[in-house]
Design a protein around this ligand. Sequence first.
Ligand code: PMP
Length: 341
Amino acid sequence: SAKLGDIRPRLAPLTPTAVEQLALDALVRPKRVDRITDLIGNTPLVRLHHIERDCPGVELWAKCEFANPAGSVKDRPALRMMQDALSRGVLAGKRLIDSTSGNTGIAYSMVGAALGVPVTLVMPENVSEPRKQVTSAYGTELIYSDPMEGSDGAIVLARELVAKHPDRYYYPNQYANPSNPLAHYHGTGVEIWKQTQGRVTHFVTGIGTSGTVMGTSRRLRELGEAVRRPVKCIAMQPDDGMHGLEGLKHLPSSLVPGIYDPSVIDDTIWMPTDEGWDMADRLAEREGLFVGHSSGANVAAALRVGRELAEAGQSGVVVTVLCDRGDRYFVPLQWEKHYVW
Ligand code: PMP
């Protein structure tokens, strides 16, 4: 008989049965990848149980783009734009240049470091220290533009540099680059369809370059039409002219992104910035999701859609996007008012 403390005779053999192994395979899938860029995409979809209480009968779900390795929805397009440029040979011997210190700049920096592509970012000298630190940590070269000229000054300087040294710089222009929406067409859209088992009825998200809403909506529409269950796709835009693209309704057509195609969108929701901030607070406090204000605005827009359905006595599965984490905005940014998401 075994003495107390001697557990060896009681141990079952450590090899799981075939059935146990199947169960383990389904439940526990630790990832192992060849390089960090393989961790881009395939992000979780999380249900918003607390927010959902305001639209009974309607499900609210959010795509966790903050789970990408450089922390935002821009990892996907950054990877695809860089891979596309590499495969076309237009990046050979050049540096990728852009005029952003935001999520796109951080994503270019991470992908560039992983793929061995040198990156240069032009940003106003007064951007926050963390933005300078996180981009330069990846080895990115920073060129500062006149702080008095804001983000426009950075755009102008980047374009001047490209025009002056076309042999040194490659400018991907995410506003007109088809690889930007394609990253969401081949990634985000398909993933949402699979994660909801084709039950998604509405997709709502904000517009910066419009890459997310264009690519994801286009794919969800196609998948929905194929099984005759149309998915409604709705764009969210800030209503105060201070964020994002200052509202496409206020813009001269020359400033509308080249990738923007209004036929993909069923509707636009205009969202006051305050409502986005308030929802971001609620998401952190009630859902445990500490996300940025654009994510807050997205969920506020999704809830508006959900409420309308609930009030009409309809059900629905509304999906939106959590673009990045809240800690990316700890430091008040002086140039925030001119900042394009
Ligand atoms: N929210 C945040 C925080 C972003 O950085 C971006 C991308 N610039 C967006 C929303 C909008 O995404 P898109 O450019 O795909 O329209």
